[in-house]
Design a protein around this ligand. Structure first.
Ligand SMILES: Cc1ncc(C[n+]2csc(CCOP(=O)(O)OP(=O)(O)O)c2C)c(N)n1
Ligand SMILES: [Mg+2]
Length: 560
């Protein structure tokens, strides 16, 4: 509350700044180190989601940042709270997501004595966050919170960490609020567009690759128009499939882990690659084998919002320092050649994508995750948010899902297990009208599964589908490849996940045959409760293409 002298507590100034900059949701686990800030939220237009573990809270905030393009906000306590939150901060970093983590800190007068739960956040988060600071002077809160919003969202977005000494938060101060931040768009200059036009005029086999963050529905629509006018094949990169409508005839597929070999060949044989928003990191570049480093054979146009990424790994023929949104906005000014040399091949790219993804391959066992994922395509509204963490189950999710529009995919580029459940909870909290489904592995789910309690607490009817093969399957796959038959630390004995859902106060069902899934899913939705569907998957069904036994046999025969 503002006193007669116009003063507020630092905590009040802080929460006022968050509101001014547009934040409406906070995800947290409480701690005594920042109860003043929590108290200030009571009287302000902020919805608080109290979580069960800081890793989950941070992932929820990250998911909100990913969906909205504005920083997701997470509050945690010092020491163990802050280190637990690292799981979500690392995702925000690798996934280029705007996010702000606010950490309660020990009192200023105790610093450097290793007081209770004391940490030096600049050191702890130095290589994970985009920027780390600690606010000592309450009068500087408007300045530093404003900077946090600019830093988290500008260039290549990322996480900002701000430590808040406990005694600082209760000081009274007369401070002037900051003006609301305005995201900084970096736009292409005229010569960039002329250069791109020239390269397109000369191209014979171009391909467009979409990735990264800083997109919008309007930007995706502009890229779609561009692709149509130029008859260009467009592929998305690892876990960014929602950037282009997969049913569109220009869609050439998803360049992720284990991609369609025909797509890989097409990218390798391209003479012009227009990479928009992505970094072409280890996963989409297939372990940095796709393009030569630093000088690709293909003419590379790299459009990226952060200048430091341009020329970092791949030397582009044309570097365009622009956000995907600003770049997409000028695409209508380009003129296609009368009959593009490549136009006849583009429908073939799409046909190859469809052939790769339409019909799931048969797998051992009675539950085929591919058929389950594909079966949901026509049942779910096109704007359904589909979430997942990491594990081999996600291969089927990515290959057979149809992410129909922007903002329908929440999946960790960082490959972090445990992401799906908190991402689903965060998404449903801010978009209650949307259908939200998360796929999880058995290992994946139990990393953050306690956030199912958060879904129950806030009446968030998300559906979590757990593909339970009683394995850390991905690791077992690598184990069989490199150490065939020498199984260690990859087998899991799991709880009854459906019973677990009911114990939490949600809906639970177990599915042992593919054909039973549709009914279980309908019942889950009809329950109106957060739901878990426990799929009993055969451990042999390790990828859509092979089995554990086959991998072991191959590795043994190669060892001779
Ligand atoms: C936080 C985290 N810890 C460990 C790993 C390494 N890892 C990648 S996949 C995987 C196993 C996933 O198991 P599960 O979720 O059951 O999926 P499955 O592969 O069995 O389908 C592990 C341990 C990781 N990616 N992230
Ligand atoms: Mg598993």
């Amino acid at each position: 509350m503002r006193a007669n002298d116009g003063s507020r507590t630092a905590a009040e100034v802080l929460i006022d700044q968050l509101v001014i900059h547009g934040a409406r949701h906070v995800f947290c686990v409480p701690g005594e180190s920042y109860i003043a800030a929590l108290d200030a939220m009571l009287d302000r237009p902020i919805e608080v989601t109290v979580c069960r573990q800081e890793g989950g809270a941070a992932m929820m905030a990250e998911a909100v940042g990913k969906l909205t393009g504005a920083p997701g906000i997470c509050f945690v306590t010092r020491g163990p709270g802050a280190t637990n939150a690292a799981a979500g901060i690392h995702i925000a970093r690798q996934d280029s997501t705007p996010m702000i983590l606010l950490v309660g800190q020990i009192g200023r007068e105790m610093r450097e004595r290793e007081a209770f739960q004391e940490l030096d956040y600049r050191a702890v988060y130095g290589s994970i966050a985009k920027w780390v600071t600690e606010i000592d002077d309450p009068a500087r809160i408007p300045e530093l919170i404003s900077r946090a919003f600019y830093t988290a969202t500008s260039g290549r977005p990322g996480p900002v960490v701000i430590a808040l000494p406990e005694d600082m938060l209760v000081e009274r101060v007369v401070a002037t609020d900051a003006p609301p931040f305005e995201p900084v768009e970096t736009s292409p200059v005229a010569s960039d567009i002329r250069g791109l036009q020239m390269l397109l005029n000369e191209a014979r086999r171009p391909v467009v690759l979409l990735g990264g963050s800083r997109w919008s529905a309007a930007a995706c629509a502009a890229v779609q128009r561009f692709a149509e006018r130029f008859a260009l094949p467009v592929a998305t990169t690892f876990r960014r499939a929602h950037l282009f409508d997969p049913t569109h005839p220009c869609y050439a597929g998803d360049l992720g882990i284990g991609p369609n070999p025909k797509l890989l060949a097409r990218v390798k044989e391209a003479d012009l690659i227009v990479l928009v928003g992505g970094r072409l990191g280890e996963m989409p570049s297939q372990g940095y084998t796709l393009l030569d480093i630093p000088g690709p054979q293909q003419t590379l146009v790299h459009v990226y919002p952060g200048v430091e990424e341009l020329g970092r790994v791949y030397r582009p023929a044309l570097a365009i320092n622009a956000s995907p949104t600003a770049f997409a906005a000028v695409l209508d000014t380009l003129t296609p050649p009368p009959t593009p040399a490549w136009a006849a091949a583009t429908p073939t790219s799409h046909a190859d994508f469809l052939a790769w993804t339409e019909k799931p391959a048969a797998v051992p066992g009675a539950v085929n995750l591919g058929e389950i994922v594909a079966g949901l395509r026509d049942k779910l509204p096109p704007d359904t948010v589909i979430c997942n963490g990491a594990g081999n189950f996600s291969i089927w999710v990515h290959r057979y899902s149809r992410y129909r529009c922007y903002g329908t995919q929440l999946a960790p580029i960082s490959g972090s297990m445990g992401y799906g459940v908190p991402a689903a909870v965060g998404a449903k909290r801010i978009l209650p009208e949307r259908t939200v489904v998360a796929f999880a592995g058995d290992g994946d789910f139990l990393m953050t599964g306690q956030e199912f309690a958060t879904a129950v607490q806030y009446d968030l009817p998300v559906v979590i589908v757990i593909a339970d093969n009683s394995l850390y399957g991905t690791i077992r796959m690598h184990q069989e490849r490199h150490y065939p038959g020498r199984v260690i630390a990859t087998e899991l004995r799991n709880p009854d996940f459906a019973a677990l859902a009911r114990a939490y106060g949600g809906f639970g069902a177990t599915v042992e045959k593919t054909a039973d899934f549709a009914q279980a899913f309908a019942a889950a939705q009809a329950s109106g409760q957060p739901a878990i569907i426990h799929l009993k998957v055969d451990p042999q069904a390790i990828t859509p293409a092979t089995t554990l036994d086959a991998i072991r046999a191959k590795a043994l025969s190669e060892q001779g």
